[in-house]
Design a protein around this ligand. Structure first.
Ligand SMILES: Nc1ncnc2c1ncn2[C@@H]1O[C@H](COP(=O)(O)OP(=O)(O)OP(=O)(O)O)[C@@H](O)[C@H]1O
Length: 278
């Protein structure tokens, strides 16, 4: 029997703007991701993929290709225009999560998904202690046991190598790499089966970047969490992802095992990306 994906996404589209006669019917033929007549932006167009248990799925593409919009849509930060999504851990994978009520979406976010943003200010309250930041996600999920939450927060901070004597400090005092590690700890606090990571190492020094990537890899190995890792950097994708999706102008133009995509890129754009890495 085929393994059931932890997450199934079908025909996810997100547009900014109403569309017009020119673009509504010819969307797929648009040269770029926007309509030259009404200026509607088609940030994601008919994106479909499956995510399997324990795997890391990489999403790579140039700036503006729709990667962040896809991640925000999956985490309900953005409301999609159309499409379907199913989580194996929600209603047996039989209910389209995108048409659920806001209350149910919040519950899905709290119980099943974790998100790590490129900008730590989106994921953390910079003036609250790291401990409170992690506890916040546990409280949102309904936990009311202070001692239990505290213990879990300490355990996670230790796991992501934040010295415990700094756990009561606010992330605003931390370096970029440390802030990302606190975000990772927070995202993991409810043991989510699916973790979303959006350009989490972009902007960090190379050595700090390597530490954070190592941490992500270790966590995936130990906890067998399924992850979607978005990056414009193929080197990051090569290090982390089992399978890779390449996006261009809001669409998936290529997908496959990461080694396969890197060694034998089919699309002209992927070829350019790969050769720029050599
Ligand atoms: N709130 C918004 N309103 C209008 N257009 C938007 C909005 N958010 C994103 N877009 C547009 O959607 C398209 C996809 O953007 P998105 O941020 O998803 O790309 P990306 O691949 O993540 O790029 P980057 O790596 O630079 O963040 C772009 O053309 C962008 O300008």
């Amino acid at each position: 029997m085929l393994e059931q994906p932890v997450l199934t996404v079908r025909n996810l589209s997100k547009q900014y703007g109403e569309g017009c006669e020119h673009c509504v019917d010819t969307q797929t033929q648009l040269e770029k991701n926007y309509c030259p007549v009404c200026k509607t932006i088609y940030a994601c167009r008919d994106v479909s993929f499956d995510l399997y248990r324990g795997e890391i799925l990489g999403i790579v593409g140039e700036s503006g290709s729709g990667k962040s919009t896809l991640m925000k849509s999956l985490y309900f930060d953005e409301t999609i225009t159309s499409g379907e999504g199913y989580l194996a851990d929600y209603e047996n994978g039989e209910t389209n999560i995108f048409t659920e009520s806001n209350q149910m979406k919040r519950a899905i976010r709290n119980d099943i998904l974790g998100m790590v943003y490129q900008n730590p200010m989106l994921g953390l309250k910079m003036n609250f202690s790291s401990l409170s930041n992690i506890a916040e996600k546990q409280i949102a999920a309904g936990n009311r046991h202070v001692r239990q939450m505290e213990n879990r927060s300490y355990e996670l901070l230790e796991r992501v190598n934040i010295p415990l004597h700094r756990s009561k400090e606010a992330p605003k005092n931390f370096s970029g790499g440390m802030q990302q590690r606190v975000q990772i700890a927070k995202a993991l606090s409810n043991n989510p089966p699916v973790l979303l990571l959006d350009e989490v190492t972009t902007g960090l020094d190379l050595s700090v970047q390597a530490d954070v990537l190592d941490l992500i890899k270790q966590i995936q190995r130990e906890l067998q969490i399924s992850m979607i890792v978005v990056s414009h950097d193929l080197a990051v994708i090569r290090m982390l992802a089992d399978r890779t999706i390449v996006m261009l102008n809001g669409q998936i133009i290529e997908h496959g095992l990461t080694d396969q995509v890197l060694e034998d890129p089919q699309h002209k754009f992927t070829q350019q990306l790969v050769y720029s890495l050599l």
